[in-house]
Design a protein around this ligand. Structure first.
Ligand SMILES: [Fe+2]
Length: 272
């Protein structure tokens, strides 16, 4: 099913040699091929960028470095995978709570949306205010992988607060298949069950041993009678973000008994 579906992926690390993702152009091209193989036709790749560097000379140098590596990737990928559209953004780490995002080069393909995360997979105090401030300045914060934060007691409640401030939530494919451990898996499904997820993405780091999980995610959601939600999460809403529009609401995913029981078993307290 997925190979013909033209999925859209707004979070990955494929620009060669600029972060902890693809190391070489060949690595990146192989990743593009693997993503094309699971039906992804639009890839928005998002190298890491610290918000604290944004306004200084280091920030400008970083943007120039990434742009030129990205151009090389686009050129090479156009030859080998002409069916794939490659776009670029950044994943902005909010080590600075009030960053200036007025430069369109740091946002998602020049739209008003910007992919953000907090440092060290921990949620600092005051995150709703940070998101509200970004939104009030005309930018649409897309919070990357909320399910992966370690310090959160109830991710569903926090996610509601973030959304109330105008944030968009992006969950990783791999979280839904257990690739980031039981806490992220439980968090990801709880968010889907609450209807709080706007889109899914791979966060692919070009590591061949970490298989892409999209096929498995589609299969699991289809089995839960959530094919409509899959299309919203992996195509409609990512495309709306790229068209600079707010995502549409996604209906809650209804768990069946077996799946609910499986998630309950994941709830056991973890050591970390
Ligand atoms: Fe990422």
């Amino acid at each position: 099913m997925s190979a013909a579906t033209a999925w859209v992926d707004i979070h990955s690390h494929l620009v060669p040699g600029v972060d902890d993702g693809a190391r070489t152009l060949e690595d990146a091209l192989e990743s593009v091929g693997r993503m094309a193989g699971v039906g992804i036709r639009t890839i928005l790749t998002t190298p890491h960028f610290d918000a604290s560097l944004l306004s200084g000379p280091e920030g400008e140098a970083r943007i120039v470095e990434v742009e030129s590596a990205f151009e090389r990737l686009v050129e090479a990928a156009a030859d080998r995978y002409p069916e794939v559209r490659l776009l670029r953004g950044f994943e902005i780490m909010l080590d600075e709570p009030a960053p200036d995002l007025s430069d369109p080069r740091v946002r998602l393909a020049g739209t008003s949306s910007v992919l953000v995360e907090w440092p060290s997979m921990e949620v600092p105090p005051g995150t709703p205010e940070v998101l509200a401030r970004l939104r009030s300045r005309g930018w649409r914060p897309v919070v990357a992988h909320p399910e992966r934060y370690r310090t959160v007691g109830d991710i569903v409640e926090l996610a509601r607060t973030w959304r109330a401030e105008g944030a968009v939530l992006q969950v990783n494919h791999g979280s839904l298949t257990g690739g980031y451990g039981p806490r992220a898996e439980r968090g990801a499904w709880s968010l889907l069950e609450a209807g709080l997820v706007d889109c899914l993405a791979s966060d692919h780091h070009s590591r061949p041993h970490l298989a892409l999980q999209l096929d498995e995610v589609v299969e699991r959601l289809d089995a839960l009678d959530a094919s409509e939600q899959v299309k919203m999460l992996v195509r409609t809403n990512p495309l709306r973000i790229l068209d600079d529009m707010d995502p549409l609401p996604v209906r809650p995913v209804r768990m069946d008994r077996g799946w609910r029981e499986r998630l309950r078993r994941l709830i056991r307290p973890e050591a970390s």
